[in-house]
Design a protein around this ligand. Structure first.
Ligand code: BG6
Length: 369
């Protein structure tokens, strides 16, 4: 059932191109417009929503952090993202005009379930993004958009994460469509870019041997840091989470701009630091800033592992290891940038002799608070 792979995680990483394509399937019509009839929340409610709140745990929370950028950029509705386990204890401000999005692969995570119950008690509408048909979270929500990743067995989430991002982008575009902040041709352009992602992930997967080799060479290290800016920041958090879960290593993700406010004190000779570099096209100011961050840490001895778009030559002089990813629009980059980080963590775990599919102390679905 592992389809020739040693681990479910490897199989699930390889299934990502299909999972991404399947999650788009049937949600876009022949003309490139969105057909999200399954979002049963009345359009008037979506039009009047004055706030979006995303609740989730673990990897799904990172998908939510990324979704915030797309939702605010495309719809201009303020969007908060909160760990489900923290949400209800701070007495959050919620009412009928709040749209809550609960993201969960399993649909059974108790923290997320309790957060959405609290939100509904306060009158908010809840849309679930979920991978498991008929599970508790979608059953208790006002509407659900299913991700079509297929069953995910490995505890560390990979293909579910990419499909959660696809679903979040679709919801963001749909909100833009309903509220008129995004016009038909703009939506079609993003949908066209989304349709490219599956093939781009495929290309990333074909070029992962040097990443695996690098991972094996770092098996004796204790710490790996991850840096990113903008949507690359949650990608850095996700890269670090993968390494904690699988390799049991000290791994931390930082916003690259925060370096000088503390984390740069951690940099020492030969410390591996993974940097997720935004596209040099588009928001080029972000790109230039991260290039100087890479210079700063390298000058202090860090061993830089740079994930950058094909054709980005500015990073070359400062990259001890360069991992190329295909050019995508900035907002969509996480779907291709996360893939080398998954492969990296999986290979490091294997090199350290860890159980990849069932890491110690973790469970696939956590049904206690
Ligand atoms: C965890 C899993 O405990 O729950 C993570 O180990 C997962 O991989 C998190 O991201 C959230 O799970 P779900 O099913 O709600 O997406």
């Amino acid at each position: 059932e592992k389809g020739g792979y040693d681990y479910f995680m490897l199989k699930e990483i390889a299934e990502q191109p299909k999972a991404v394509a399947d999650t788009l399937l049937g949600r876009v019509d022949g003309s490139g417009s969105l057909t999200l009839d399954e979002v049963r929340i009345p359009q008037s409610v979506l039009r009047e929503a004055d706030k979006v709140v995303i609740v989730a745990c673990g990897t799904a929370f990172h998908a939510g952090l990324i979704a915030k950028y797309a939702i605010e950029h495309w719809t201009r509705i303020p969007c908060e993202v909160e760990l489900a386990s923290e949400f209800r204890y701070r007495d959050p401000i919620l009412d009928q005009r709040t749209l809550v999005i609960a993201i969960s692969q399993s649909g059974e995570t108790m923290d997320t379930l309790m957060a959405l119950r609290h939100a509904r008690e306060q009158g908010a509408r809840v849309l679930a993004i979920c991978n498991t048909n008929g599970s508790t979270i979608p059953r208790e929500s006002d509407a659900v958009l299913y991700t079509h990743a297929g069953p995910e067995v490995a505890v560390a989430s990979t293909k579910a994460f990419l499909t959660q991002l696809v679903a979040c982008y679709l919801v963001a575009l749909y909100l833009g469509q309903v509220r008129g902040t995004k016009w038909g041709d703009e939506i079609r352009a993003v949908v066209r870019d989304l349709a490219q992602i599956s093939g781009q992930v495929e290309r990333v997967l074909e070029t992962m041997e040097p990443v695996r080799e690098l991972a094996r060479s770092l098996a004796g290290k204790n710490t790996v840091l991850f840096l990113g800016r903008h949507v690359g920041y949650p990608v850095a958090l996700e890269g670090a989470l993968k390494l904690k879960e699988l390799a049991y290593m000290h791994a931390e993700g930082f916003a690259a701009g925060e370096l000088k406010h503390g984390p740069i004190a951690l940099i020492e000779k030969d410390l591996p630091v993974v940097v997720v570099v935004p596209s040099p096209r588009g928001r080029s100011v972000l790109h230039d800033k991260i290039v100087s961050n890479i210079q700063e840490i390298r000058a202090r001895g860090a061993r830089t592992i740079v994930i950058a778009e094909e054709g980005d030559e500015a990073v070359v002089p400062y990259a001890d290891h360069l991992v190329r990813i295909p050019a995508t629009p900035t907002l969509l980059q996480p779907m291709v940038a996360a893939v080398p980080l998954q492969v990296f963590a999986c290979e490091l775990a294997t090199a350290r002799g860890n159980e990849v599919d069932q890491p110690r102390n973790l469970a696939k679905s956590v049904t206690v608070e």
